[in-house]
Design a protein around this ligand. Structure first.
Ligand SMILES: Nc1ncnc2c1ncn2[C@@H]1O[C@H](COP(=O)(O)OP(=O)(O)OP(=O)(O)O)[C@@H](O)[C@H]1O
Length: 569
């Protein structure tokens, strides 16, 4: 590594007491572990949860790394690397995510370097500079770096080198083993990683990369894998499990895996995915290299990462201690307003932003798929240029909308959490989050869809007064309180009229989804009577005097049978 690059230092392994209070080595935040996610945007099937500046970029091994000691006690020889803050307080400077080092200073094959060059990458980003040499040495790595700073290339490039260095297989085309397995939590993310791999592989005609994702035909995927053998496979967990169980010869191909990558590792180790991931890990050889990447790595992940990583893995953290996990060039605001104002306020926020920025490109995050659908429906009726994306749309629609949004300007994408992580839409000017984000990590990832590659951006979180408690978990983030904009009577009327034109079925589904989502929130779901009052308020906000009836079975599954105020069917 160059002097500018981050260096590693062995962690102190003395204090082994598990009972010591952990401090913030990783900007400690509340864990999202333990949450149950039924779909990739956790919708109405959701039931009760079980329950600055460092210009030299030198090592910042924290003095208070009790955290590491605890982990050392659990997993042994932990190494910690802390890097410089990616944005280092240099507001609006677009190059701040880049390092001074070029890719050719690492021992990467000439053909990969040509691919990197054609992709337009000259210098390594800071996370690439910090992780590449370590990964190329064959170490297991857990890496944390801010959103939009090039983590995908950071794990793909050395993965390609794993294939380059492997002896050519001489067992015939159809027997090509999978050498690198990349697991991504969402289909969009898997496709995006596959597209990046294809770019990097431009000059490696003998190396194939394939993607397997849910929502597409299993049999056509089986044929594709059979026909186009690939050494690099990028997959979502569910579909990967399907192939392991149902595709002839697939399990034996997986026995060739030399490198396993878990992108958005904290989400993959979350309870919603953990069982799948454990199964996947059991299907690849023990002797392998494992790489785990994310912009957020809560403490709880450190405690379970030994599920996948070797004991002597390196934790490479490019988010400097004591700095925010979000980008300083992204202005963050929150608005607290009564629920009955949210639809009008959203319309005002969007219209103001459109007036301010002719090249606007906005993401509006909603709590669930069905609420997303309702909001998209409403905004469309208000003549805004909107698209929607969530798990209830079929995969070809999702791919089409995602591609359109990637290429477009002057478009609003209303989305569930399927777009929260990893998706790299260039030049998003504003991210609006309506309602309670699942947790602090999800807030950070959603916000991270703007301000990518050092660009500027804006984030607005719109909460009701009874959702304000969420801000307790984000105290270390610079989220300003914004004044609530006034809603003129004309806008109010237009929104009411638009709502009256939204189909009752869409409202009924949104109501049930809303109930399920907030029921699964630890705090709000505790008081069922209050929860139902709030859900019925949401129903009134949609223009319904009587709340929609919900099936008795669903109410039972939510633990809401016999709660006053609900209508059962
Ligand atoms: N060395 C580089 N130089 C310039 N651009 C790069 C470089 N490496 C990656 N990029 C670009 O940076 C953008 C962000 O990369 P990527 O999506 O991998 O970020 P990320 O850190 O994984 O973000 P997230 O945390 O949201 O998943 C992409 O458009 C990618 O093509």
């Amino acid at each position: 590594m160059s002097p500018a690059a981050v260096q590693s230092a062995a962690a102190d392994k003395h204090g082994r007491s598990r009972s010591r209070k952990k401090k913030n080595n990783v900007n400690g935040s509340s864990s999202s572990l333990g949450k149950k996610r039924k779909s990739d945007d956790g919708d109405d099937l959701r039931m009760e949860k079980p329950n600055k500046k460092n210009s030299k970029r030198k090592v910042q091994l924290s003095n208070d790394n009790d955290d590491n000691e605890v982990i050392a006690a659990e997993v042994g020889n932990l190494k910690v690397v802390n890097g410089g803050d990616v944005s280092s307080g240099i507001v609006g400077v677009t190059a701040s995510y880049l390092s001074d080092s070029r890719f050719d200073k690492c021992s990467v094959s000439p053909l990969s370097l040509k691919g990197v060059k054609d992709a337009g990458y000259e210098k390594m980003t800071i996370v690439q500079e910090a992780t590449l040499p370590v990964i190329l040495k064959g170490k297991d790595v857990l890496a944390k770096a801010k959103t939009g700073t090039g983590k995908t290339v950071a794990f793909l490039l050395p993965s390609i080198e794993v294939v380059v260095k492997s002896p050519p297989n001489n067992r015939g085309q159809n027997q090509t083993p999978i050498l690198v397995l990349v697991v991504c939590p969402t289909r969009e993310l898997a496709c995006q990683a596959a597209a990046e791999a294809t770019k990097l592989l431009k000059y490696h005609p003998t190396i194939g990369a394939q993607v397997v994702i849910g929502g597409t035909s299993l049999s056509s995927e089986q044929k594709r894998i059979q026909k186009n053998p690939c050494q690099i496979l990028i997959a979502t967990p569910g579909r990967l499990k399907d192939h392991i169980a149902n595709t002839a010869g697939f399990a034996s191909k997986l026995m060739g895996v030399k490198a396993l990558v878990l992108d958005e590792a904290d989400q993959l180790l979350d309870m919603g995915f953990r069982k799948d991931i454990e199964k996947i890990i059991a299907s690849v050889p023990k002797q392998r290299q494992t790489l785990m990447f994310s912009a957020t790595i809560p403490d709880a992940v450190h405690q379970v990462c030994n599920v996948a990583l070797k004991k002597d893995f390196e934790f490479i953290n490019t988010v400097q201690e004591g700095t925010e996990e979000t980008h300083s060039q992204v202005r963050q605001m929150h608005l607290i307003a009564p629920l009955d104002k949210h639809f009008s306020l959203l319309s005002v926020i969007l219209k103001e932003h459109i007036a301010d920025d002719v090249d606007y490109k906005v993401l509006v995050f909603c709590t669930t798929a069905m609420v997303t659908s309702l909001v998209a429906n409403l905004l469309g009726k208000l003549n805004l240029n909107v698209r929607e994306i969530h798990s209830r749309k079929n995969q070809s629609y999702r791919t089409r909308v995602s591609d359109e949004f990637r290429k477009s300007k002057r478009l609003i994408l209303v989305t569930s959490d399927v777009s929260a992580r990893g998706v790299d839409y260039p030049d998003v000017s504003l991210v609006v989050q309506v309602g309670l984000p699942a947790d602090k990590q999800q807030y950070i990832h959603r916000l991270g869809r703007t301000g990518r590659k050092g660009k500027e951006g804006k984030g607005i979180l719109l909460l009701a007064p009874w959702e304000e408690f969420f801000l307790d978990s984000t105290k270390d983030l610079p989220i300003e309180k914004a004044p609530v904009p006034s809603v003129d009577p004309d806008t109010k009327k237009k929104v009411e009229r638009a709502l009256s034109n939204v189909e009752i079925e869409s409202k009924a589904k949104a109501y049930q989804a809303w109930l399920g989502y907030y029921n699964s929130n630890k705090k709000i779901g505790k008081d069922k009577k209050k929860l139902v009052e709030l859900a019925n308020e949401f129903s009134r906000c949609m223009g319904l005097d009587t709340p929609p009836a919900v099936s008795g079975l669903v109410l039972r599954k939510m633990g809401l049978q016999n709660v006053a105020g609900l209508r059962s069917k």
